[in-house]
Design a protein around this ligand. Structure first.
Ligand code: C5P
Length: 436
């Protein structure tokens, strides 16, 4: 990987990766002029990754920082990544002579503020123009996307929520915040959305800006299923749904219309994705078949139960004996049933294996009559409920190895492979939308 050495204000040399082109399936054909606003919060360091992704996706990026943001990340870092001097103040005479703040507001075709602090949301909601970024947001006619990041109590405070409601009502779009561990050590909603998800949220929702899967409908399952034993207990598995949700975001970024059928997970729906929540394998089966009609690509990323209790007790089972036998019945195999349809979409399955990963996955590819399978090694705690993973992708006469990396980046690569194989096969097998 190419690297650039960047000297920060305190003289330390940081090593930053240069913009890497994003996977072919997610690259918009024409870049837009994107104004990235960075406000003061610890998540400001993630703005560097967002700028890198935006440049890699072909966008022209201008960064504007608030005074507080410059305390968390240096303008020089963002200058190196954006390739343009960073603007920080309303009263910079030299900058105003070159491109005044109103011209900058006109220049922008898209504004994204990441992270957007509680204070910035309040100033925006109040229509303030007390620094360069707030002034630009007031003056621009470009769409504005806000990626909030703050302590979860600040996010949940009624004052912040009222500001969010006000700004949403004015047509500003929000991406995140994500739920999870925070820099302050607390847990809750307030983490900045992943830079790749912010990038995905910037796409034209109509798909007009292209993408390899533009105009294609993808139906995707994700997460675990729950099979009820009685009204309070169930059998389930360790799937977090993270890979499936990352895939949904990557598919949207590749221009696809994405319908997601999800088991019980604690994840936010990626922007632009239509989500249907289900619990059991039976419910997932019914929902998938109710939605399959015009689908071009089906991806079974859910960890569907293979067996379910034959009977669910009406009442909570009491511990009256030392042993309890629960009889299990095979759950429907959703993936095989989709692959067996007369007018079937391009079908992609997943295989979670603990041993002989590739041999077992190839066997599954043939037995379930799939077009493609993505296999992962789940031995020794790999893959499940983690943020990174690796995959071996197999199809009838080929394979591709996708290296260990964050699930959102892995999802971009997998979508590029799916799109490539799908488009090749679509020559011989027209999309269902054409047949319908
Ligand atoms: O046979 P196995 O469960 O290992 O296959 C995994 C693949 O099959 C995954 O794509 C999963 O979503 C799908 N599957 C399914 N219905 C089941 C079990 C698995 O769709 N009942």
């Amino acid at each position: 990987m190419e690297v650039a050495a960047v000297r920060t204000d305190n003289g330390v040399m940081n090593t930053l990766s240069r913009p890497r082109p994003v996977a072919a399936g997610t690259r918009p054909p024409a870049g837009r002029r994107v104004l990235v606003g960075v406000t003061g919060g610890i998540a400001a360091y993630k703005a560097a990754e967002l700028v890198r992704l935006l440049r890699g996706a072909g966008h022209d990026v201008q960064v504007v920082m608030t005074e507080a943001a410059t305390r968390f990340v240096t303008p020089l870092t963002l200058q190196a990544l954006s390739g343009k001097p960073v603007r920080t103040g309303l009263w910079d005479e030299a900058a105003e002579a070159a491109m005044g703040h109103i011209e900058l507001a006109r220049w922008a075709e898209q504004v994204v503020v990441a992270p957007a602090s509680a204070d910035f949301l309040a100033r925006l909601a109040g229509g303030r123009a007390d620094d360069l970024l707030a002034t630009l947001c007031l003056a621009t006619t470009a769409p504005i996307v806000l990626a909030p990041a703050m302590n979860h109590r600040m996010w949940l405070n009624p004052a912040t929520q009222a500001n969010v409601a006000l700004l949403s009502g004015r047509g500003l779009r929000f991406v995140g915040p994500a739920d999870g561990e925070q820099a302050c050590g607390e847990v809750g909603p307030g983490r900045l959305a992943e830079p790749a998800d912010i990038l995905a949220a910037l796409r034209d929702p109509s798909g007009a800006d292209g993408g390899l899967l533009s105009g294609r409908h993808v139906l995707l399952t994700a997460g675990p299923t729950r099979e009820a034993v009685d009204p309070v207990r169930f059998i389930s598995n360790r799937s977090s749904g993270k890979m499936g949700f990352a895939l949904a975001a990557a598919l949207t970024a590749a221009g696809a219309r994405v319908t997601l059928v999800s088991g019980p997970v604690c994840l936010a729906t990626p922007p632009g994705v239509e989500r249907h929540d289900v619990e059991s394998a039976d419910e997932m089966y019914r929902k998938v078949h109710a939605l399959i009609a015009d689908v071009d690509i089906y991806i079974g990323a859910a960890a569907v139960a293979d067996y379910r209790p034959t009977q669910c007790a009406d009442r909570k089972i009491k511990k009256t004996s030392d042993c309890l036998d629960i009889t299990l019945t095979r759950a429907p195999d959703i993936l095989s049933s989709v692959a067996a349809l007369a007018r079937r979409p391009f079908v992609v399955g997943f295989a979670a294996e603990t041993n002989d990963v590739e041999r077992n996955a190839r066997d599954k590819l043939e037995r379930k009559k799939l077009d493609m399978i993505a296999a992962n090694d789940v031995s020794e705690g790999r893959a499940f409920d983690r943020d990174d993973n690796a995959l071996i992708v197999l199809w009838a006469d080929g394979r591709r190895q996708l290296s260990q990396q964050r699930k959102c980046e892995l999802a971009d690569e997998l979508v590029a492979v799916i799109a490539e194989r799908y488009l090749l096969s679509a020559g011989a097998q027209p999309a269902l939308t054409v047949l319908a």
